[in-house]
Design a protein around this ligand. Structure first.
Ligand code: PPS
Length: 294
């Protein structure tokens, strides 16, 4: 930290209508969500934190880029695909021309009512929750507005209890999945994007009704690899930096792998997690990938 600069203090969770959020959320904006005016042409990417949000922002941003992609200057992902429930520096992202692209971490219960039974396209991306927990743990060390956990074991307990920003992973995925018939929604896993980025880009663009030529797809794939996003501040948010983030910790682009949980969970933690997962997700037949062999 440079002389004269001071870090921001971590915020306690605050409860909004029964959900744990943080003070980066404002009640004023959250209150607007219920009756938020949704357009048929809007696109919503929905994720629980640490499940591939900035990756999806980067992919969707490029899917909607027109013109000569090879020369076109890339805009900041969060300017093109802003966070619905947060007002970025009081910039009004609501009045943009269609198609408006958004991402949200909101649980099903807090989503705009007008999103239901509409043509509006929703892409829900989920990730295996053991890797989500590990990624979220490291993010707590990186984000100065979050309490730094004592160690992974204590964080895992808070994560399992839903005592983290955006609440409980199990409820988030289960509720969105159980209410899927109310939306024009596709579910996609983070791991399937890792397995075949090109196929995933094609699935997303087909779902969004964007027909892209091969060159366009090649460029999206090239610009969405972990390595290229990590070196591109427009995609990796390094420009946000201090004081919101702790520049000495792993950033948004930390590892980007499947199965890092094996380096963090003890055998007992893993067994406990499996029991809870089994019980809470037994009626949610989504496909999970816990590891990928080389
Ligand atoms: S946040 O804070 O909720 O917006 O975080 P989110 O973007 O959802 O998740 C961050 C994790 O996504 C990984 N990521 C990627 N993995 C593979 N390839 C690409 N291109 C990519 N972009 C982001 C990022 O590395 C974080 O995971 P971990 O496991 O921490 O590395």
């Amino acid at each position: 930290m440079a002389d004269g600069e001071s870090s921001i203090q971590p915020n306690k969770l605050f409860n909004y209508k029964g959900y744990n959020l943080s003070s980066i959320h404002t009640i004023e904006r959250l209150d607007q969500m219920e009756n938020y005016d949704v357009r048929d042409s809007d696109v919503f990417v929905v994720t629980y934190p640490k499940s591939g949000t900035i990756w999806m922002q980067n992919i969707i941003k490029h899917i909607y880029m027109d013109g000569d992609l090879q020369t076109e200057e890339c805009e900041l992902s969060y300017s093109v695909v802003p966070w619905l429930e947060i007002t970025h520096n009081k910039i009004n992202t609501d009045d943009r021309p269609s198609p408006r692209l958004f991402f949200t971490h909101l649980p099903y219960q807090l989503i705009p009512k007008a999103l239901k039974n509409k043509k509006t396209k929703v892409i829900y991306v989920y990730r295996n929750p053991k890797d989500v927990a590990v990624s979220y743990y490291h993010f707590h060390k990186f984000a100065n507005y979050l309490e730094t956990p004592e160690n992974f074991g204590t964080f895992l307990q808070t994560f399992l209890n839903g005592q983290v920003v955006n609440d409980c992973w199990f409820n988030h995925v289960r509720n969105w999945y159980n209410h899927r018939h109310e939306f024009n929604i596709m579910f996609h896993s983070y791991e399937e994007i890792i397995k075949d980025l090109r196929v995933a880009v094609l699935k997303f663009s087909n779902f969004l009704g964007r027909s892209l030529d091969n060159k366009h797809v090649d460029i999206i794939v090239e610009r969405s690899t972990f390595k290229n996003m990590k070196s591109n501040p427009k995609s990796n948010y390094e420009n946000i930096g201090f004081p919101i983030f702790n520049n000495s910790a792993a950033g948004f682009m930390r590892k980007g792998t499947v199965g890092d949980w094996k380096n963090n969970f003890t055998v007992a933690e893993n067994e406990m997690f499996d029991r809870i997962f089994e019980e809470k997700m037994k009626n949610v037949p989504l496909k999970y990938t816990w590891e990928i062999s080389d």
